[in-house]
Design a protein around this ligand. Structure first.
Ligand SMILES: Nc1ncnc2c1ncn2[C@@H]1O[C@H](COP(=O)(O)OP(=O)(O)OP(=O)(O)O)[C@@H](O)[C@H]1O
Ligand SMILES: [Mg+2]
Length: 282
């Protein structure tokens, strides 16, 4: 089976500034991978390239998404638009059209699959509307469906964006700092929604994060960028505080060593309940 995302020797220059230098990585279908790195290390740039929103600079490079070429040697593939339909992109902010109801924003996920004139006039079928409602329920904000999107909290907006990716039928979600402006409780809910669609729907998730704690909690694998190069690619639990201090420099204490979020320790199942479960299972 082909990779969900494959990047080969991607470089990007902005004027004289090298934002990415020969970055190579592969993400397998069904993985949930964190992308970390100090401010300016190239996380957003990398995500925009994978999403086909920007083209690499010079050299021999290639980006494949779901086994199809998104861009090669700095040229976007003719199929890029089509491939993008299977990719949900979630940014830190401004994912929704504020004046439209939540339901409409989520239904926009269908636009890749239905004729444009129907989207234009907002004539979505009943089954499309039901799918959108179902997706909102999945991410825990069913009650917001008729609200104007601008009235949602930041965390609810991000979950609506995840619901839209579900309705879109995305196989890959690229999320660029989706929790950067959220408080810990909302951050946790957004990360849980991403982890859920990853585990239940098998959607591949690549999520850039500022706080390493969330990478450790939710993503089995982390890729760390430092000055546009891959500085680490491996199990998140192998990220040592010393290594993180090295890649984050002065900002490290604030970003790495927070333990504001902890997954609750699994509670032991009482013996009686365990016997009951065993009886049901047999
Ligand atoms: N459109 C652009 N024009 C010029 N320089 C850019 C552009 N986009 C990014 N850069 C530069 O490329 C480098 C990487 O930026 P990028 O936004 O990818 O970093 P980042 O890791 O996402 O940082 P942050 O954590 O602050 O979001 C930075 O030096 C940035 O200034
Ligand atoms: Mg960024």
């Amino acid at each position: 089976m082909s990779s969900a995302v494959a990047v080969e020797k991607l470089s990007k220059r902005y004027g004289k500034k090298a934002a990415l230098s020969e970055v190579s990585l592969g993400v397998e279908p069904g993985e949930m991978v964190a992308l970390i790195g100090a401010s300016g290390s190239g996380k957003s740039t990398l995500i925009r390239h994978i999403a086909g929103l920007e083209r690499g600079t010079g050299g021999k490079s290639r980006i494949e998404v779901l086994g199809r070429t998104m861009q090669e040697n700095g040229k976007l593939s003719a199929n890029a638009r089509e491939i993008r339909r299977e990719v949900g992109v979630i940014f830190q902010q401004f994912n929704l059209v504020g004046r439209l109801p939540v339901l409409t924003n989520v239904l926009v996920g269908c636009l890749g699959h239905i004729p444009a004139w129907r989207g234009t006039f907002g004539l979505f079928t009943r089954s499309e509307q039901e799918r959108a409602m179902g997706a909102l329920a999945r991410v825990g904000i069913a009650e917001t469906v008729r609200q104007r999107s601008s009235t949602l909290s930041g965390g609810q907006q991000q979950r609506a964006a995840i619901a839209r990716a579900l309705v879109q039928g995305a196989k890959v979600i690229l999320a660029d700092e989706p929790i950067a402006s959220l408080d810990p409780a909302s951050s946790k809910r957004v990360m849980e929604a991403l982890a859920e669609v990853n585990q239940v729907d098998g959607i591949t998730v690549v999520v850039s994060l500022h706080q390493v704690e969330y990478a450790r909690l939710f993503c089995p694998r982390t890729i760390a960028l430092k000055a546009g190069e891959v500085a680490f690619d491996g199990p998140s639990e192998a990220l040592s505080d010393d290594f993180l201090r090295e890649i984050y420099g002065e900002a490290s204490e604030e970003l790495i060593l927070t333990s504001a979020v902890r997954r609750p320790a699994p509670r032991p199942v009482p013996v009686a309940a365990r016997q009951e479960l065993a009886a049901v299972a047999s």
